[in-house]
Design a protein around this ligand. Structure first.
Ligand SMILES: Nc1ncnc2c1ncn2[C@@H]1O[C@H](COP(=O)(O)OP(=O)(O)O)[C@@H](O)[C@H]1O
Ligand SMILES: [Mg+2]
Length: 255
């Protein structure tokens, strides 16, 4: 099996008149940590949402682990059948800015529900794994707590454990610390940093530029739905080629 986890070719996505993605081509290989940067509205969330099919594309091709999710043939967009799509997107797991935990379920059940209900795995084994994942994110004592009883940082750590529970090939982080108070972003960044060090494949949208530079094996800069520049973090952050990236970095690093 090839090491290519996600592949996008010439992807377009519009919301009515708004172009959110324009001719996006991007590949992510196993073990890469790809950081996506760009101003608000540049298409970063849409990119992740098209990969795990929270949004449908208008053109192009997306493949996950070498299997085509969608392709465009003679100008017509062709998605796989519903059941096959569901299987494919279970190979990706998203962590959202606003956690999106189920408020009526305990932390343990939030983590265990997808493997049990969707992947039909053995419930006792899944719960055991969920406990291990809670330990991994430093929250083993919160198994029986409800999300409403947790801090934002704790909620996000549960959400990361939930993402890991389906054993995805890639983790998709969409501004995982943007809703958190500055003093607690560190505890979430630490979990992500540890996962990166262990070689988990990930795409990470973040405004934490220092962290992005440190954790990325590759950085991608988007503007107006397009990938303008990509490369090793040393070049993208340290020696930007395009004027737009230089302006962006000046603006975000000043603040
Ligand atoms: N559900 C939606 N309906 C209409 N427009 C949207 C929707 N989601 C995003 N957009 C628009 O698409 C563009 C890209 O948005 P988004 O991917 O959220 O950017 P980013 O995550 O980089 O801030 C923006 O112009 C945004 O306003
Ligand atoms: Mg966004």
């Amino acid at each position: 099996m090839s090491g290519r986890i996600v592949e996008l070719e010439n992807v377009d996505k519009r919301y009515g008149e708004v172009t959110a993605l324009a001719d996006v081509t991007l590949r992510v290989d196993r073990g890469e940590q790809v950081v996506i940067i760009g101003s608000s509205g540049s298409g970063k969330s849409t990119l992740l949402r098209c990969i795990n099919h929270l949004e449908a594309v208008d053109r192009g091709k997306i493949a996950i682990n070498g299997a085509t999710l969608v392709e465009t043939v003679d100008g017509r967009v062709k998605y796989r059948r519903e059941g096959e799509i569901r299987k494919l997107i279970m190979q990706t797991a998203m962590v959202f800015q606003h956690f999106n935990l189920f408020g009526h379920l305990t932390c343990l059940d939030n983590i265990a529900i997808a493997p049990i209900e969707i992947k039909r795995e053995n419930p006792a084994e899944v719960r055991e794994r969920a406990r291990e994942l809670l330990k991994l994110v430093g929250l083993e004592q919160k198994a029986g707590a409800y999300p409403g009883q947790l801090s934002g940082g704790q909620k996000q750590r549960v959400a990361i454990a939930r993402a890991l529970a389906i054993r995805p090939s890639i983790l998709l982080f969409d501004e995982p610390t943007s809703a958190l108070d500055p003093e607690i972003t560190g505890e979430v960044l630490k979990v992500i940093r540890d996962l990166a060090a262990q070689g988990y494949t990930m795409m990470l949208v973040t405004h934490e530029m220092g962290f992005a530079r440190e954790v990325a094996t590759r950085a991608v800069f988007m503007d107006n739905g397009r990938i303008i520049e990509e490369g090793p973090p040393g070049s993208v952050f340290g020696a930007p080629e395009s004027g737009r990236l230089r302006l962006f970095l000046k603006a975000v690093i000043k603040t």
